[in-house]
Design a protein around this ligand. Structure first.
Ligand code: CMC
Length: 429
C-alpha cells in the first residue's frame, strides 16, 4: 500500500531512512539525521535562489505557473480585477476574507484618515538631489517612518501591528506623490479625503492650481485595477526580503524599506521601467527582429518576458493588455504599443522563447499604460511598490504569527580555504 513517505538509502553507509511527505514536501531538517559518520553534521539540501525550496506555509496567494492561475485567498485575480477595489483586495489579503459592508467602510475610513505624513518628511526629501531615483527616495522615506513611530517596535501587539499596517497602506501614496513633486520641483499637494485611494493619489501627483482636483474616472479605475493586480505574488524576491528581514523582529517600516529595495532591481519591480527603456532603445517596429536576434545571442534580455513561476502567459499581463485599450481611449494610444505588440508576436513564434517558456509578464504592458497616464518612467517601480505593500504586510504578519517561523538564517556549503596561519605583510608575495 502506498504511504506518504520517501525512502532514502544512503549509499555511503547502506542505511535506509523513511522521510514523511506532507503537502508535497519533505522537511529539510529530516535530512539532518542522514550522516556519513557519527560526527558528521548531517545532510543538507543545496538550493541557490530557492528554485525548489518552500520557505513557509502560506494561505495568502496561490499561483499555478503552468496554467497561468493567480488567486488571492482563493479568489481568481480576474474576478477581483473586475469587481473589487484595491482597498477591498488589501483587506482580503490581510484578513483572509472579503469584508462586510460595515468592515469595508471602517477600513476605507481608517486608511483615508492616515494619509498625512509628518512635515519633517518634506525636509527629509529636500535632502535628495533633484535627479535622485524615486525608488531610492522611497526606500529612504519608508525606512525613515520607523523613526516617527517608535510604537512600531511592538510587533507582538496585534493593535500596534494593525495601526502600522493602516499607516503604511495610507502613507505610501503620499510619500510617492511627495517624492515625485520634489523631483519636478512642484509644491507638495496634500491628501484629499473626499477622493478614493487612487483618486487621491492622482490628486497629490498632478494637482496644480485648481481648487479641487477631479480625477478622470477611467484612469482612476484603471490605476485601481493595476493596484489590485500588483497587490501580492506569494514568495517573490521582495516578499521574501520582507519575511527575512521581518524575521529579525525589526519594525514593519524597516522591513518594508528592505522589501522596497528588493523591488527596485531590474529583474523584479524595476522591470516595468526597463521595458520602457528597451522600447525606446528599439525605436521602431522594423527594428524588432534585429533586437530579438541580439537577445538570442545573449546580448541582454527581453525585459518584461519570462518568470520564475509562470511558464505560461502571466494572467496579469492578459488583464493589463485589455486595460490598456480603455486607458488609451482616454489618453490617446501610446505609440510604443506597436513595438511591444510586434515584440510579443515575434517572440511567441520564436523557438528560443517557446522552448524556454518565456511569455510576457506583468511588467510588459503596465509601463505603456503608466506612460500614457503621464507618469515618468522612473516612477514606474514606485507604482508597483505602493500596492505591493499590502502583500508585504500580509506576508509579514503571517510570518510573525506562524509558530514554525524563526529568524531566517540559511546554511551554506563552505568551499573556501582550509585553516591557515596569518602571513605577516613583509612575507606576502
Ligand atoms: N529574455 C531572454 N532570455 C531569457 C529571459 C528574457 N527575459 N528570461 C529568461 N531567459 C532565458 C535565460 O537566458 C535562460 O536561458 P538558458 O537556459 O539558455 O541559459 C532561461 O531563459 C531561463 O532563465 P533563468 O534566468 O534561469 O530564469 P529565472 O527563473 O531565474 O528568471 C526572470 C526569471 C524573471 C528573472 C527572468 O525571466 C528575467 O530576467 N526576465 C526579464 C526581467 C523581467 O521581466 N522581470 C520581471 C519579472 S515579473 C514581475 C516581478 O517579479 O517583479
Amino acid at each position: 500500500m502506498a504511504t506518504d513517505t520517501l525512502t532514502v538509502i544512503d549509499n555511503r553507509t547502506g542505511r535506509r531512512y523513511e522521510l514523511p511527505i506532507t503537502h508535497g514536501t519533505i522537511r529539510a531538517m529530516d535530512l539532518r539525521q542522514i550522516k556519513g559518520a557519527a560526527d558528521d553534521f548531517g545532510l543538507m539540501s543545496y538550493d541557490p535562489a530557492f528554485l525548489n525550496t518552500a520557505s513557509c506555509q502560506s494561505r495568502i496567494t496561490y499561483i499555478d505557473g503552468d496554467r497561468g492561475v493567480l488567486e488571492y485567498r482563493g479568489y481568481p485575480i480576474e474576478q477581483l480585477a473586475e469587481h473589487s477595489t484595491y482597498l477591498e483586495t488589501a483587506y482580503l489579503l490581510l484578513h483572509g476574507e472579503l469584508p462586510t459592508g460595515r468592515q469595508l467602510e471602517a477600513w476605507v475610513d481608517s486608511i483615508t484618515h492616515h494619509t498625512m505624513v509628518h512635515e519633517n518628511i518634506k525636509r527629509l526629501l529636500e535632502g535628495f538631489r533633484y535627479d535622485a531615483h524615486p525608488m531610492g527616495m522611497l526606500v529612504g522615506t519608508v525606512g525613515a517612518l520607523s523613526t516617527f513611530y517608535p510604537d512600531a517596535k511592538q510587533i507582538h501587539d496585534p493593535r500596534a501591528r494593525e495601526i502600522q499596517i493602516h499607516r503604511l497602506l495610507a502613507k505610501l501614496p503620499t510619500l510617492a506623490a511627495f517624492l515625485y513633486r520634489h523631483s519636478v520641483g512642484m509644491p507638495y499637494a496634500y491628501p484629499d479625503n473626499d477622493l478614493s485611494y487612487t483618486g487621491n493619489f492622482l490628486n497629490m501627483l498632478f494637482k496644480t492650481t485648481e481648487v479641487k482636483y477631479k480625477p478622470d474616472p477611467t484612469l482612476e479605475r484603471a490605476l485601481d485595477v493595476l493596484f489590485i493586480l500588483h497587490a501580492d505574488h506569494e514568495q517573490n524576491c521582495s516578499a521574501n526580503a520582507m519575511r527575512a528581514v521581518g524575521s529579525s523582529h525589526v519594525d514593519p517600516y524597516s522591513a518594508s524599506a528592505a522589501a522596497t529595495a528588493a523591488l527596485y532591481g531590474p529583474l523584479h519591480g524595476g522591470a516595468n521601467e526597463a521595458v520602457l527603456r528597451m522600447l525606446d532603445q528599439i525605436g521602431a517596429k522594423d527594428h524588432v527582429p534585429a533586437f530579438v536576434q541580439k537577445v538570442k545571442a545573449g546580448e541582454g534580455r527581453l525585459m518584461g518576458f519570462g518568470h520564475r513561476v509562470y511558464k505560461n502567459y502571466d494572467p496579469r499581463a492578459t488583464l493589463i493588455k485589455r486595460l490598456a485599450d480603455q486607458v488609451f481611449a482616454v489618453t490617446g494610444r501610446n505609440p510604443k504599443l506597436d513595438i511591444a505588440l510586434e515584440l510579443e508576436r515575434i517572440a511567441l513564434q520564436d523557438d528560443y522563447f517557446v522552448t524556454r517558456k518565456l511569455y510576457p509578464n506583468v511588467d510588459f504592458y503596465s509601463g505603456l499604460i503608466y506612460q500614457a497616464m503621464r507618469f515618468p518612467v522612473d516612477l514606474f517601480p514606485v507604482l508597483f511598490a505602493i500596492p505591493r505593500t499590502a502583500g508585504w504586510l500580509a506576508q509579514w504578519q503571517e510570518m510573525l504569527l506562524d509558530p514554525e517561523q524563526k529568524i531566517a538564517r540559511p546554511r551554506q556549503v563552505y568551499r573556501g580555504p582550509g585553516r591557515r596561519d596569518y602571513v605577516p605583510l613583509e612575507r606576502r608575495g
